[in-house]
Structure formats: structure tokens, C-alpha cells
Ligand binder design. Structure first.
Ligand code: SAM
Length: 199
């Protein structure tokens, strides 16, 4: 089974039930992610791997949002939804351009090649001053523990990446300037990071 297939038979309500890992990791990371995305205004935003729209709901009011997901049934928000693979974004949006490509907790589903394709296609579909905003799980410490546990206990293949690998892939994909913001876990130890890459 491919890692994203785990959501095929999951409803929006089931997906949104918060489990222990949410409190240990994502909730703490949100202290950095939410203030940043709540400031975004008047942008055309593509949310890649939108899921049920956990982050999209904070950006909806002041921006125009389009969601892409390989499991589009998950999102019940009033946004335009496109069914598609993040590694083939350019085909999915067929020639349209965006100010921001946003993705949260998607890249851990992408292997090295898919991740590069996601970066390359994000660059292609961004306007000239566009930005890619994405989260990445770190390849050490709690991040590594998180993806190892997902694989060993829950049999879900997930990926984590070093900043060096990510910066090199972003540069290869055409991004020029990248800011990295560490995302803390419950113990205040970073387990992931958010990148903001400029075209
Ligand atoms: C962990 S969820 C995150 C959802 C949402 N961004 C959030 O933060 O709550 C990962 C999402 O990425 C989607 N996904 C996984 N692999 C994908 C791919 N290759 N292309 C598009 N969506 C994908 C899944 O269907 C799922 O909705």
C-alpha cells in the first residue's frame, strides 16, 4: 500500500480526531506556523496536500485558495479542490499561476525524487515574486524518531530530510532565497522546520 492510500477510506471527521502525536508535535509547531499564515493577505494560494483544510481555514478569509490532494474527498471547505499528485503539480493546475504554494505535513509522504518534482513544479507555477511555504520533518532527533515510529509501529513509510538536502534541492529547482524556521515539539526540541523559499 502506498503511504497516501491510508486516507482513502478515512472520513473528514475521522481524520480530524486529534491523537496523542498531534499534542506532542503538531500543536507545538502551530505556535510558529499559525501566526505566520494568519498574516497572509490578498494572495492566490495553492494548498498542496490540503487534507481536511486544517491550515486552509485560517487563510480562506483574506486570500483566494485552491486545494490539491491525492485524497480530495477529505476537504469539505468551500474551496476549489483539484485531485492530483503534488509531484505533478504543474499538470494538475494546467497553466495557472499562484502567489504562494503552501504545504503542511505533506513532504513526509514524498521520497527524494517526488520531493524534487514537487519543488520544481511549485517553482514553475509560482508568479515571479511567489513563495513556497512548506514543512519538513528533520532527519535527526525527534523528527527521525517520529518517522521511524510511523514505519515500525503503524507501517506507514514517511520521509525526513536534512536542511542541507532541502536547500540543495530548492536551489536546483530554481529557488533563490530560503528562510528556515525551526518548529518545536512538546519538549521544545525542534522536530521539524518550516521553509519559506522565494522564487
Ligand atoms: C498529514 S496530511 C496533512 C494535511 C493538511 N495539510 C494538514 O496539515 O492537516 C497529508 C496530506 O497529503 C496528502 N498527500 C499525500 N501524498 C500526496 C501526494 N503525492 N500528492 C498530493 N497529496 C498527497 C494526503 O492525502 C493528506 O491529505
Amino acid at each position: 500500500m502506498k503511504n497516501y492510500e491510508r486516507y482513502q477510506n478515512i472520513s473528514t471527521e475521522e481524520y480530524d480526531k486529534k491523537k496523542l502525536m498531534y499534542y506532542l508535535t503538531r500543536r507545538c509547531a502551530d505556535k510558529k506556523i499559525l501566526p505566520y499564515i494568519k498574516e497572509l493577505k490578498n494572495n492566490l494560494i495553492l494548498d498542496a496536500g490540503i487534507g481536511t483544510g486544517y491550515y486552509a481555514k485560517y487563510m480562506l478569509k483574506d486570500n483566494k485558495l485552491t486545494g490539491v490532494d491525492i485524497n480530495p474527498h477529505l476537504c469539505k471547505l468551500p474551496v476549489e479542490m483539484l485531485a492530483g499528485d503534488a509531484a505533478k503539480l504543474s499538470d494538475t493546475v494546467s497553466g495557472r499561476k499562484f502567489d504562494i504554494v503552501f504545504s503542511a505535513w505533506l513532504t513526509e509522504y514524498l521520497d527524494q525524487e517526488q520531493l524534487f518534482n514537487f519543488f520544481r513544479d511549485s517553482h514553475k507555477i509560482l508568479d515571479s515574486n511567489g513563495k513556497l511555504i512548506s514543512t519538513i520533518i528533520t532527519n535527526g532527533g525527534i523528527g527521525l524518531l517520529y518517522v521511524t515510529a510511523a514505519e515500525k509501529i503503524r507501517k506507514i513509510k514517511k520521509y525526513c530530510y536534512s536542511k542541507k538536502t532541502i536547500l540543495s534541492k530548492l536551489q536546483q529547482a530554481g529557488f533563490s532565497n530560503t528562510r528556515i524556521i525551526e518548529l518545536p515539539s512538546y519538549l521544545k526540541i525542534p522536530w521539524a522546520y518550516m521553509l519559506i523559499a522565494e522564487k
